[in-house]
Design a protein around this ligand. Sequence first.
Ligand SMILES: N[C@@H](CCC(=O)N[C@@H](CS)C(=O)NCC(=O)O)C(=O)O
Ligand SMILES: *[C@@H]1O[C@H](CO)[C@@H](O)[C@H](O)[C@H]1NC(C)=O
Ligand SMILES: *[C@@H]1O[C@H](CO)[C@@H](O)[C@H](O)[C@H]1NC(C)=O
Length: 224
Amino acid sequence: MAGKQEEVKLLGTTGSPFVFRAILALKLKGIEYEFVEENLGNKSDLLIKYNPIYKKVPVLVHNEKAISESLLIVEYIDEAWKGNPLLPTEPYHKALARFWAKFIDDKVIAVIRKALFTKDEKAREEGVEESFEALQFLENELKDKFFGGEEINFVDIAAAIIAFWVPIFEEVSGVELITSVKFPKLYNWSQELINHPIVKENLPPRDPLLAFFKGLFANIPASK
Ligand SMILES: N[C@@H](CCC(=O)N[C@@H](CS)C(=O)NCC(=O)O)C(=O)O
Ligand SMILES: *[C@@H]1O[C@H](CO)[C@@H](O)[C@H](O)[C@H]1NC(C)=O
Ligand SMILES: *[C@@H]1O[C@H](CO)[C@@H](O)[C@H](O)[C@H]1NC(C)=O
């Protein structure tokens, strides 16, 4: 299916963990694409046209057909281009991989946000407890180097936000969640993931992100 006439565009912003999922899937598959940098403060007509409902990035545009939502984009990429599979083919294992990716989006990210993006002591304590509980499920699920075994798969791609972005959020807020003592497997996994050559080569630069999130955190009201 991949060929010279394929036109693949990714509408995104450098630094977004959701956009990074699409980038990583494309890179792992070895697909050539054009990256179209969006300014979320002044969204392009292209973004409004291709994602009129949410107007969010990432959007993948494959031969004029647009797909939104990072996890759906990764699934689409996996199905549209064969080779270096990202999802298991066996139905049950495939369902489990989707389950964990959804758990990361619906639960893990929400409780980590609650723990790290607040200045309310009580909310933070609750958030930290809930984060520990959610992260423990991921810790228990890690059996090998990656969630995908020896190779990065769909769950690792979904969880990249935990490996690279969460430590930045921890640094900004001064609250630690994923330590090598509390979550040794998850901590080791995060090191393996960010040092994987294709991941490392494509991660956004850390310092501007740190500065960006410091600014964001500074603007959170002191109480509530
Ligand atoms: N559920 C979406 C989330 C994407 C998302 O939140 N994108 C942010 C950038 S990190 C965005 O485009 N925000 C613009 C806006 O909300 O107006 C996904 O997985 O793709
Ligand atoms: C928004 O982007 C458009 C198209 O790139 C540009 O013409 C316009 O001046 C921008 N508006 C602002 C407020 O920066
Ligand atoms: C992760 O753990 C394995 C097995 O204990 C070890 O060989 C590897 O060096 C660790 N990786 C990192 C990045 O710490």
